[in-house]
Design a binder for this molecule. Structure first.
Ligand SMILES: CC(C)(COP(=O)(O)OP(=O)(O)OC[C@H]1O[C@@H](n2cnc3c(N)ncnc32)[C@H](O)[C@@H]1OP(=O)(O)O)[C@@H](O)C(=O)NCCC(=O)NCCS
Length: 339
């Protein structure tokens, strides 16, 4: 994992917006988050720092990596994706690089893709990265406070390889989506939607000049270039889908919640994790939470949590570990691992 050194407390955010430490802690559990250096750090460079550590710990080298999967919603460029920037920065061979755009469930989706490539025998050393630089794209006025206080920057990475025995493996992965609520947690602009899916008229796409539609002054003037979220709707769906997809993973492999050594949920909101814990009747030591210190880092949250859990000795060889995520789309996913 890699997180920027700059710590931003809840109190620090009160300089920009009408909010308070109490409100943020009570509703989300977040105490502080990290923000990347404005110009010295990007989503890709943070991913790179995490990737270096993952590659070293896997006892391999960047030249041995035969495929890259990069999950993020805050890429350095609109295109090309971060995967190729990482391939270049790490001086890798001309290997395939795939970008995953699944927001909070991006890392679990990426793990699932890597698992299939490994199972088919196509690749042997897949680098999977999740990274985000949210601090560049949030609305720091009071208008955006319901979203901005939640998110933080950081990165995590793993190297996935075929295992020679049955003790260390991805047992199964489970991926889902329901686009019915796509706009409930979304950033519309810049994009090519031209209001097609939206009830509200965001910009004058019908009258704007060619060349002024993708990114216009109207969008900037009306603050339509930031993420939107109906927090309560996200919360309600998350507390149903998280337990469902975790149970799907356990049932598929004939396990029960009590068999889990550790559940590592996407760090969306501490209240959501606590709700899931209660619903599945898990003990405190069976659920890992670190949102208190990093906020919600979207595609990076699970690999950051996985790394901290492993470093703290919370997971050991052969342990049953479940990764689970829910987020924008909506998309949700789980992966059951024998560590
Ligand atoms: C976002 C979330 C914390 C908001 O909490 P909530 O209890 O639903 O709060 P509401 O949105 O109903 O807003 C309640 C009030 O707090 C205010 N408020 C919103 N953000 C605030 C902030 N940062 N500081 C202070 N007040 C805030 C609202 O304006 C509203 O004020 P009003 O009652 O005067 O209108 C909560 O809905 C949530 O966590 N949802 C899930 C979000 C999530 O996990 N997203 C990531 C998915 S991967």
């Amino acid at each position: 994992m890699y997180v920027p050194s700059h710590v931003v407390t809840n109190h620090d955010l009160t300089q920009y917006m009408d909010t308070s430490d109490e409100w943020i802690r009570e509703r989300t559990g977040i105490i502080e988050r990290r923000y990347a250096h404005r110009t010295d750090e990007t989503t890709t460079t943070m991913g790179l720092e995490a990737a270096r550590i993952a590659i070293e710990r896997a006892g391999t080298t960047p030249q041995d990596i035969d495929f890259v999967i990069f999950a993020t919603l805050s890429p350095d460029y609109y295109f090309p994706g971060c995967g190729v920037l990482l391939q270049r920065a790490m001086k890798m061979k001309e290997v395939g690089a795939l970008d995953v755009r699944n927001q909070c469930s991006g890392f679990v989706y990426a793990i699932s893709v890597a698992d299939q490539f490994i199972r088919s025998g196509m690749y042997k050393n897949i680098l999977v990265v999740g990274a985000e630089k949210h601090s560049f794209g949030l609305d720091f006025s009071t208008r955006g406070r319901n979203v901005s206080v939640i998110f933080g920057d950081g990165a995590g990475a793993v190297v996935m390889q075929p295992s020679s025995d049955d003790k260390h493996k991805v047992l199964s992965t489970h991926l889902h989506s329901d686009g019915e609520s796509a706009e409930i947690l979304a950033m519309y602009n810049p994009g090519t939607h031209a209001n097609y899916w939206l009830d509200e008229k965001l910009a004058d796409f019908d009258t704007a000049e060619l060349g002024e539609m993708f990114f216009s002054h109207t969008m900037i003037d009306n603050a339509q270039v930031f993420p939107n979220m109906d927090g309560q709707a996200v919360f309600k769906k998350a507390v149903v889908k998280f337990p469902e997809v975790i149970m799907e993973a356990l049932d598929s492999n004939n396990y029960k919640p009590a068999d889990l050594k550790l559940l590592i949920p996407h760090q969306a909101n501490l209240r959501i994790s606590q709700f899931v814990q209660q619903k599945l009747r898990l003990r405190d030591d069976q659920v890992f939470n670190n949102i208190q210190h990093y906020g919600n880092t979207t595609a990076a949250s699970i690999p950051i949590a996985l790394c901290e859990a492993w470093e703290q000795g919370r997971i050991n060889e052969g342990d049953l570990v479940c990764l689970a995520a829910f987020g924008s789309g909506f998309t949700w996913a789980s992966a059951l691992l024998k560590w």
